[in-house]
Design a binder for this molecule. Sequence first.
Ligand code: ATP
Length: 324
Amino acid sequence: MAEQKKLKLGVLTSGGDAPGMNAAIRSVVRTAHHYGIRSYGIKTGYEGLFAGDIEEIDHADVSGIIHRGGTILRTARCAQMMTEEGQKKAAEIIKILRLDAIVIIGGDGSFRGALALSKLGVNVMAIPATIDLDMDCTDYTIGFDTAVNTAADAIIRIRDTSSSHERCSVVEVMGRNSGRLAIMCGLVGGAEEVLIPENPVDTSSVIEQVLHNRSQGKHHNLIVVAEGVGNSNKLAKEIERVLGIEARATVLGHFQRGGTPTARDRMHATIMGYTAVKGIVDDEKSKAVVYRHGKHVLLDIEEATTAKKEYSPRLYDMTKILAI
Ligand code: ATP
């Protein structure tokens, strides 16, 4: 009897790195191993496809990475993939490599790349991983919890010194064009003002709020600014100039992307990695693994790629209510 052909899957991480990506890679490779599927690691996202930077990885190659930040496959933003010509070339390369499916771990941009490939006949399984939590298709994206914890830890330290010196601290967190990360950081860090791109506020009303809070007995102030708003240094300088109180800006930047993923991120990454490969085993085609209503389920990649997640006005309002 002829030996049954072993399925081959490629796995890549794309876009900004997010803590928990390694746990997802591990889960994909180990689940594939369990089902007799061969795994190929594609390095530096879609870039690696074009460069042919691909290597077989087995269960032993993913030992000791579940708790490591970053991604062992490395990641990149790849301009070539944004063009129709590039997408066709990528699909062609996947065919030449005889990969039966590609697991794509990344944010909404990476999902759009996955959708383009699926339209060219590639079987894709997409896993949402971005610290921004800005994808409408899912209630959770790998990396968000770790990023919030990292920022919250930094904010609490800044609060201590801010409070000792009766300072106004402006802390800028990541999140690209989404305010979701900033709102959560503000809530758990006890910020009195959270500035998000979705709801622009002018500098004079921020200064007015700081003044009001001081008049209510506050000796220090904490303002969280989303990356999409930016200009934290300018804001701090303006507060200092108008109110005559010491104001300092801290931009957390990439500090927020690194570090050991929290148990929550490892849990989602592990279940999502397993669910993606189980989907391939069950002959599902071109899906995304999403977390909805407390369950990890498969959704058509087209549906998963449609909208950006809106910020939550309810949580935003909560930051205002709890400000004083
Ligand atoms: P993060 O949320 O962490 O930034 P992301 O996946 O959204 O992650 P992007 O830079 O937006 O990050 O996208 C990653 C890559 O996905 C891009 O560099 C590009 O290669 C591919 N990509 C983005 N948008 C598209 C698109 N419209 N069509 C095809 N490929 C795309």
